[in-house]
Write a protein that binds this ligand. Structure first.
Ligand SMILES: *Cc1c(COP(=O)(O)O)cnc(C)c1O
Length: 435
């Protein structure tokens, strides 16, 4: 799409002017619908439950293949932690208290892949592996899936190839689980992807294919090469139902965690969740799940870097994935790995439009500040992108959203979703912290 007249666009959408100038902005979604008014989505609650069952079937396999999952019997989950010291530090920093309680959903600690991609990426590969194994007759759905951890199955899966284009975390999750199952897996990365991620993938048995040019080209080349193989399967971050469903199961698990901690979610006690957003798949899957589980009492906000506001621009202009940030002269350069995305997911964005409450943007400097503050106050160390949600309570407080929904602010449970960090090498983490 060519924009011959940016002025026309900024006249129609004044916020766009600030977005183009890379200012941090907030946007309340006018298209958010009540659950009872949503008649059809491409996925439903049953799909989410089916996804949860698939995770259960694979738990014995995962526990066997990844010793780190032994203590949770093969369930890949992260803790929910209240972070009062961080709240106090944020309050001082902003000269204004957050009303309500503040929690961190610690997906930065997710085992196996070290980021929220452990939910979507691993799920999509397991889903594909199960389909192949069941079709072949080698596996029965009632079997103990531990059998998948065997030469027989590794040989079987080695006939098939899996490809993915990724700047980092998605590649890690797909590469690690695919190689473990025995697939022939190729991760297509831009040359500027972090060296440690490429090395880690190679040591786990994945092929890393680097592209000098634009990351979009890397994805396209990866897609072409992968599907040219009749036994090839491409994990398409820009349009994936299975990634989305894998993420959604987080909401069911979160509900249990909240119950256990005796934190109510109901009309009088709304839940505000702030999720770092790249293509919109992981925050979208989580939002979809939360709206299924908590209905209209789940208020889901996305956060994007000021340099990569692709979902915001797609929803604001209604052009969805037809526009990229480059069309508006925005460079898509950010230190927030996983969020440096120029164009949103087609699958997720259509759903997100109806479900989410809004989007705000943050500057990279703010991410590093919050990274430092979280380390200081709570001794929790995450990657820069994973801090983005921590700005949420203050930002949304200034939008009028809480008044619009007549919410009592003191009853809000705020959850900032920390999306990655566990696999980041100490050296790199130190660099983040110093910065
Ligand atoms: C991928 C990623 C996100 C965003 O997920 P999308 O599905 O691209 O929106 C957020 N944080 C981290 C650390 C990620 O790796």
């Amino acid at each position: 799409m060519v924009f011959t007249d940016l002025n026309k666009w900024t006249l129609q959408y004044p916020l766009l002017d600030e977005i183009i100038k890379l200012q941090p902005v907030s946007w309340i979604n006018p298209y958010r619908k009540k659950m009872r008014d949503i008649t059809s989505l491409p996925v439903n609650k049953r799909d989410m439950r089916d996804a949860a069952f698939l995770w259960k079937r694979f738990a014995p396999y995962l526990a066997k293949a990844f010793p780190e999952l032994g203590k949770t019997q093969g369930i890949i989950e992260s803790p929910l932690k209240e972070i009062p010291a961080m709240k106090e530090m944020l309050d001082k920093d902003r000269h204004q208290p957050i009303t309500g309680r503040l929690f961190l959903k610690c997906d930065n600690e997710l085992p196996v892949a070290g980021s929220i991609k452990a939910r979507g990426g691993i799920f999509e590969v397991l889903h594909y592996a199960e389909e192949l194994a069941l079709e072949s007759g080698l596996l029965n759905i009632d079997d103990n899936y531990e059998v998948l951890d065997s030469e027989t199955f590794r040989n079987f899966f080695s006939q098939y190839s899996i490809g993915v284009g990724s700047t980092g975390n998605l590649g890690l999750s797909i590469g690690i689980i695919s190689a473990k199952l025995g697939f022939n897996v190729s991760v297509y990365m831009s040359a500027d992807a972090k060296e440690w991620k490429k090395n880690l993938l190679r040591t786990r048995g994945a092929k890393v294919i680097e592209f000098a040019g634009d990351f979009g080209e890397a994805i396209n080349a990866g897609r072409r090469t992968t599907i040219a193989d009749p036994k090839g399967y491409f994990v398409d971050d820009e349009n994936s139902k299975y990634l989305f469903l894998g993420y959604s199961v987080a909401a069911m698990r979160l509900k249990k965690q909240l119950e256990k901690m005796k934190i109510p979610v109901d009309d009088a006690h709304p839940l505000f969740v702030y999720s770092p957003c790249g293509v919109g798949g992981s925050p979208g899957g989580v939002a979809f799940g939360l709206r299924q589980v908590f209905g209209d009492n789940a208020h889901c906000f996305f956060v994007e870097p000021t340099h990569s506001p692709c979902v915001l621009i797609g929803l604001l202009t209604g052009k969805m994935r037809k526009v990229s940030v480059h069309d508006f002269g925005i460079d898509n350069r950010t230190e927030a790995d996983g969020l440096a995305v120029g164009r949103p997911s087609a699958f997720a964005t259509a759903i997100n439009k109806l479900l989410i409450s809004g989007i705000y943007t943050v500057e990279d400097d703010a991410l590093f500040r919050m990274l430092y503050m979280l380390g200081q106050s709570e001794h929790i160390f995450v990657e820069p992108s994973a801090t983005a949600g921590l700005a949420g309570p203050h930002v949304i407080d200034h939008t009028g959203y809480i008044q619009k929904y007549q919410i009592n602010p003191s009853q809000i449970t705020h959850i900032a979703w920390a999306t990655g960090g566990a696999l980041v090498p100490d050296e790199e983490m130190k660099r983040f912290y110093q910065k």
